[in-house]
Design a protein. Structure first.
Length: 233
C-alpha cells in the first residue's frame, strides 16, 4: 500500500513511522509512506501557507492553492470515480473534527485501497474549496487537536495493522478489540502466580475448545460492562 501524507509539519512524522511495526512494514516494502510538505508548494518567497478568513473571525485558514498543488503533484486532478475497481484509485482523506468517527469498519475498508492520500489540516482548517478533491473526511474523536498530523498517524497505524504481513500472526489482528464488534478478552503470561494473583485455571488446562469458549465469554462480559453501546450495534 502507498500512503501520501500532506502536511505543513513534516518533521512530526520522523519517529512514529520509523519505529515498531510501521518501520518494519516500510523496510519490507509492504507499506510505502511519503510525507509531502504543503509549504513547498507556496509560490511567495516567505512560503506563507495560511491567510485570514473571509468574513472575519479568529484564527487563520490554510490556503487552497498550495494544498491543490500538493494533491496535483501526486497525480490527482479531481475526485475520480472512473475506476472500474474503486480500490485501485487514489483515495483522498481529510482529517477533520467534522468527519466520520474512525472505527474498525472504516479501517477495514481503507485497508483495501492500494493508495491513500491523507491531508492534515491546521489552524482553523483548510479552505473549503479543497473539499472538491477530497473523497472522505475522518475524525478520530469528538475533540480538537492542534492539527491533523497526530490523527493521520493514528489512521495510518490502524490501517497498516490490517495489511497482510505487517502483524506477524494474523489471528492476533482478528482477536483485537473491535475487529468483530467486541472488546478483547483478558490476556495473561508467565508466571502463573504473581503477587498472589493466579491465572485462570482454564488457560492452563490445554483444552483449546474450552479456552476458546472462555475467551468469547470474557470478551462478551467485558464489552457488556465497559462498552454496552457496542452490543447494541
Amino acid at each position: 500500500m502507498r500512503i501520501d501524507i500532506l502536511t505543513i509539519f513534516p518533521a512530526m512524522f520522523k519517529g512514529p513511522f520509523t519505529e515498531s511495526l510501521i518501520g518494519k512494514a516500510s523496510k519490507k516494502e509492504i507499506l510505502k509512506i511519503s510525507i509531502i510538505d504543503i509549504r513547498s508548494f507556496c509560490k511567495d518567497k516567505h512560503k506563507k501557507v495560511d491567510d485570514r478568513p473571509f468574513g472575519g473571525g479568529a484564527g487563520m485558514v490554510i490556503k487552497a492553492e498550495p494544498v491543490y498543488s500538493a494533491i496535483r503533484s501526486i497525480g490527482i486532478k479531481k475526485k475520480n470515480n472512473s475506476y472500474k475497481n474503486i480500490y485501485l484509485k487514489p483515495y483522498v482523506i481529510y482529517m477533520s473534527p467534522q468527519g466520520k468517527t474512525l472505527d474498525s469498519k472504516i479501517v477495514k475498508n481503507l485497508a483495501k485501497f492500494k493508495h491513500l492520500v491523507i491531508i492534515c489540516g491546521h489552524y482553523e482548517g483548510v479552505d473549503e474549496r479543497v473539499m472538491n478533491y477530497v473523497d472522505e473526511e475522518i475524525s478520530i474523536g469528538d475533540y480538537v487537536l492542534t492539527g491533523g498530523e497526530i490523527p493521520a498517524m493514528v489512521l495510518t497505524d490502524a490501517v497498516a495493522r490490517m495489511l497482510p504481513g505487517v502483524v506477524k500472526e494474523e489471528d492476533s489482528v482478528k482477536n483485537d478489540s473491535f475487529y468483530n464488534g467486541l472488546l478483547d478478552y483478558p490476556h495473561y503470561t508467565r508466571p502463573a502466580v504473581f503477587k498472589g494473583y493466579k491465572v485462570p485455571e482454564i488457560l492452563l488446562s490445554g483444552d483449546h475448545k474450552k479456552i476458546s469458549e472462555w475467551c468469547l465469554k470474557e470478551a462478551y462480559r467485558r464489552t457488556k460492562e465497559r462498552r454496552p453501546d457496542l452490543l447494541k450495534k
